[in-house]
Design a protein around this ligand. Structure first.
Ligand SMILES: [Mg+2]
Length: 319
């Protein structure tokens, strides 16, 4: 047996590491061409999104390469989920830092392969480079929606209710647990930070009911605000109504300042749930919680612990 290669040239790397991820998609041309051909689905629009993640900004330095890849896939698919799109294809760009060994690259590709397979997405192309800087990777993800049916941010109407899926704040507490500030005995909080779940399961519900939607990446308040700004409306959000997991509720019970703690959960981000608006007459769909209402006058009113609070800069920033 010969020694495994310490490095591969770019073509060798593509053939050995990435070709299996194309899963035989005809338009990928075995990743040997300059470009790919995107398949069309009759009666559908192709929805495209792109998110990049950077070591020490979006994931901790030294994070396991397979977890980085899985987070990359999931944050991108979360954007497609918020648009009620069904993912089918992705393009990858990755800049390996000098300290990344072939084994690290293989582990990254293993994580990428497992999630692309799980979400039924073909890798149609991409590019790899090395970098003197931090590990950086980005995905361009594509999905289909019936023609004209993408759920936009601009669609909220005065009188609509504001709803959010799942539970909010676990990822914020998960990051705090990694930093040793919060206890997380069963590891659930850290898992939600490291391997978020894109809410692709909510596609049909969003299509049926939502007037506007966004995924919660920057923070519940910030992303709800994006909907309000795009729609030219105002919002009232009542943080006493935000859905919490058992672990987050337990953490909240131990906090002295309930309003500040709720604000922390609602501004922390990385939840990858869906915040949306729906007409007030509609019955509340399963899996969603009503957290506020859309108002005609632009502006944001945030309530917590029964009073109006200042959401501060945390509700405004982009990550
Ligand atoms: Mg988004």
């Amino acid at each position: 047996m010969s020694e495994p290669p310490r490095s591969l040239d770019e073509f060798g790397e593509i053939a050995r590491l990435f070709l299996p991820l194309a899963r035989g998609a005809p338009g990928a041309f075995e990743l040997k061409d300059d470009a790919a051909v995107i398949p069309q689905r009759p009666g559908h629009d192709t929805v495209v999104t792109k998110d990049a993640i950077v070591e020490s900004v979006h994931f901790p330095t030294g994070e396991a390469p397979d977890l980085v890849a899985r987070k990359l896939v999931r944050v991108n698919l979360s954007d497609l989920a918020a648009k009620a799109a069904e993912p089918f294809a992705a393009f990858l760009a990755v800049s390996w830092p000098a300290h990344y060994t072939l084994r690290d690259r293989e582990r990254f590709v293993l994580g990428l392969a497992s999630d692309l397979e799980a979400f039924n997405v073909d890798l149609l192309g991409g590019d790899t480079t090395s970098t003197p800087g931090p590990f950086t990777c980005s995905l361009t993800a594509m999905g289909w929606v019936p023609t004209g049916r993408m759920i936009r941010r601009a669609g909220a109407r005065p009188g609509d209710r504001v709803l959010v899926s799942g539970a909010i704040g676990d990822a914020t507490l998960g990051l705090a647990a990694i930093q040793g500030e919060v206890s997380d005995p069963d590891g659930r909080l850290v898992h939600r930070y490291r391997v978020p779940e894109p809410r692709l399961d909510l596609r049909a519900t969003l299509r049926r009911h939502a007037t506007a939607a966004a995924d919660v990446s920057d923070g519940l308040i910030a992303d709800a605000r994006h909907i309000a700004e795009a729609s030219g409306v105002g919002l009232m959000l009542d943080l006493d109504q935000i859905p919490l997991s058992g672990a987050a509720a337990t953490w909240l019970e131990g906090q002295e300042d309930v309003a500040a703690s709720l604000l922390r959960l609602a501004t922390g981000g990385d939840d990858y749930e869906i915040v949306c608006t729906m007409p007030s007459g509609a019955t509340r769909p399963r899996g969603f919680t009503v957290i506020g209402e859309v108002r005609e006058t632009p502006g944001l009113e945030v309530r917590a612990a029964g009073r109006i609070v200042d959401p501060g800069a945390g509700g405004w920033t982009h990550g």
